[in-house]
Design a protein around this ligand. Sequence first.
Ligand code: MTE
Ligand code: MO
Length: 413
Amino acid sequence: MSREGSAIEPSRRHFLQAAGLFGSIGLIGGARALGATAKSVRLPFVNGERELTNAFPQKGEMILLRTRPPLLETPFDVFDHGVFTPNNRFFVRWHLAYIPTQIDAEAFRLTVRGHIGKPLSLTLHQLMTEFAPVELAAVNQCSGNSRGLFNPRVAGGQWANGAMGCARWTGVRLKDVLDRAGVSAGAVQVRFNGLDTGLISGTPDFLKSLDIDHARDGEVMIAYGMNGEQLPLLNGFPLRLIVPGWYSTYWVKMLNDIEVLDRVDDNYWMAKAYLVPDTPYASVKPGQSDFKSVPISHMPPRSFITNLRDGDRVLVGHAVHTRGIAFGGDAGVSKVFWSSDGGAHWMDAMLEEDHGKYSFRRWNAHYTPSSRGENTLMVKAINSNGVEQPAVPNWNSGGFMRNVVESIKVTVA
Ligand SMILES: Nc1nc2c(c(=O)[nH]1)N[C@H]1C(S)=C(S)[C@@H](COP(=O)(O)O)O[C@H]1N2
Ligand SMILES: [Mo]
């Protein structure tokens, strides 16, 4: 990557330099280390035993759901350490088997084509120096986060609650890039493609699209930075799309191609996959079929207790400090309510620093258990659109959009 004479800021220079350091990163080679000394965890559902792995490049200890293509879940205790999920503990999800294991940052190009005035082929250097940089804290959550907790169980990646994370994303506005290409009248959607492909011919390439107005809202961004560093390869190095407030199925990784369409995208990943019932909380009854399906889109709020686990013991007459994280989905966290009696009474939790409406937000609460026995602790978030978490688990056959009020039981001794 050439840097001669460019007056770029140190932070951006850092990304460029780091990008050039990429050698060969063996995704599959890493998995060889699995086995003998493996530690494991038990996720809170039947058949929830999982290996913990350190075998993936740029990743620390992760819960292994699948090796190829990789599905790695963030161990839940990571969320107790702060609002921002460290890059090396950030969850990983890929659909297609072939993921480049090395990317030449000099040769890489982002193309913009289709229903536009002027096709573009941008280097990373151009992207980082010719467009205004923006930064945004946002939650990246898989549509199927918590799928393993669905009852009745459904097919798909059996995640517990760790297929989510929050990072500070640095990059450029998609709008600015589209403006340079000059979107033509009659544009309907914008389609995004990354460098990954299927191994078997006929596997539909992973393509996702946004409506043109959404793509040009000034919030959707093309990110090259994650928590102040380059993106880990498995989280989409060198570029990924950030769609604040929307499920991460749209957050296309290793983004190298943007196509403006003059029609609604009917590719497999838009028209067939990632559809949810068009019902409140995307919830239906098992077996129900009298509903319309729509592409999944924005996220509803969620909240979690992070410092206490189901089955923990606390002492009668002693103050218990409980804390956790909440996010509002496509709007800020307005309130977090908290209960120590299974939802009979709800109290306001104290909210910590606001890092922006798409970010995780920490909450805190205290209570003093007055008698021995079992306490059911619950937490519920309401976003600034007035949307709150449902009291009863939402269900659909895809295992998408779970956001029921969470509860854990602690024993007061
Ligand atoms: N190129 C590409 N981008 C992709 C995917 C993919 O399979 N290929 N999966 C999407 C889905 S469904 C999820 S949940 C997120 C996961 O992002 P992460 O691996 O950075 O956590 O990437 C999204 N972007
Ligand atoms: Mo996902």
